[in-house]
Ligand binder design. Structure first.
Ligand code: AMP
Ligand code: MG
Length: 313
């Protein structure tokens, strides 16, 4: 349950971004190894006092990408989208089950079945366009996570309607980061920061200090919001990075599954700080769609903070 929700309203006039901040490098005394790779369609950065951490984390994130990517023909999600029915690995089954839980908790605002809508708006192929109303209505008929059947006995996942497609863009990165953190712990690595395109997990500490994560606030001329964290996940959702502009209207990549339209509200971003990356990822997207209203989700998570950044009106 989100027991403790802290909401800061910060006004900014332009885009914000989530960034990791490193303490000034003391190369010889406290060396940090930092590596970056493109995985899950984004930049993944691993920072650790251990020179083994990056390779372990990248290998695990790559493995999860191999299951959940909608672009890779060998992935389980690709096959599900193509055939409408698969016998899944326990991991794919688990993540789709959790996604359905977020669908229920958010009253349908968080919905992984909006694949046909994401395609229609051109976000899948980065070939953006404003769809015709009749195409939107057709795609909307295929949306609804209640139309995904999960058979616990044998991990079969089945769509109720032909043409349905899932898109795990709002939850897969968080899950992949959690899996990577588990692998690091098993390998005896106690301290590491992973940033997978805005999904951050701070494992342990940066030598004797907590990891520092900054929610950048460049346009406002105000100080960045610096979080000092240990064993915590941070996720930011907003439409300031992935969007397109047509006739002076900004269309973002987060879509309202009820209307089929990109979400347009008073928010620039929602940042969630909680105990694991999967929850942080799903919650930040869901609360962004709900316009910052956390009430629908407050019953389900504990020790969770929401940092809401609003546009200047
Ligand atoms: P995030 O950056 O984690 O907030 O996730 C945004 C991504 O999630 C988008 O690029 C889509 O792939 C997907 N998405 C968009 N709208 C929704 C929604 N209403 N529910 C679930 N996933 C969504
Ligand atoms: Mg998300």
């Amino acid at each position: 349950m989100i027991k403790k929700i802290t909401i800061f309203i910060i006004l900014v006039i332009s885009a914000i971004a989530l960034n990791t901040v490193r303490s000034p490098r003391k190369e010889t005394k406290n060396p940090l190894f930092s590596e970056e790779r493109v995985l899950l369609g984004t930049f993944v950065k691993v920072i650790s006092p251990s020179d083994k951490a990056a390779e372990i984390a990248f290998r695990e994130i790559e493995r999860i990408e191999g299951l959940l990517s909608k672009y890779k023909p060998e992935s389980e999600v690709y096959r599900l989208n193509k055939t409408g029915k698969i016998k899944a690995s326990p991991e794919t089954f688990f993540i789709i089950k959790r996604a359905k839980e977020f669908y229920a908790l958010s009253n349908g605002a968080f919905d992984i079945t909006l694949g046909p809508l994401v395609d229609l708006w051109g976000f899948t192929e980065k070939n953006y366009r404003v769809p015709h109303k009749k195409d939107l209505n057709k795609a909307l008929n295929l949306v609804g996570s209640d139309k995904i059947i999960l058979r616990e006995e044998d991990n079969v996942i089945q769509f109720l309607l032909p043409g349905m497609k899932i898109d795990l863009g709002a939850i897969a990165k968080g899950y992949a980061v959690d899996c990577a953190i588990e692998k690091l712990k098993k390998a005896g690595i106690k301290d590491c920061l992973i940033n997978a395109g805005g999904q951050v997990y701070c494992l342990g500490k940066n030598y004797s200090k907590p990891w520092r994560v900054s929610i950048r606030n460049p346009g406002g001329g105000k100080k960045n919001n610096i979080l000092e964290l240990r064993d915590k996940a941070v996720s930011t959702s907003g439409i300031y990075e992935q969007n397109f502009i047509k006739e002076s209207t900004v269309y973002g990549h987060i879509i309202n599954p009820k209307t089929g339209m990109p979400v347009e509200n008073s928010l620039l971003s929602v940042t969630i700080v909680t105990g694991n990356s999967l929850d942080a990822d799903a919650l930040s997207t869901a609360i962004f769609i709900l316009g910052g209203k956390t009430k629908a989700l407050t019953a389900a998570f504990k020790d969770t903070q929401a940092i809401i950044i609003k546009k200047i009106r």
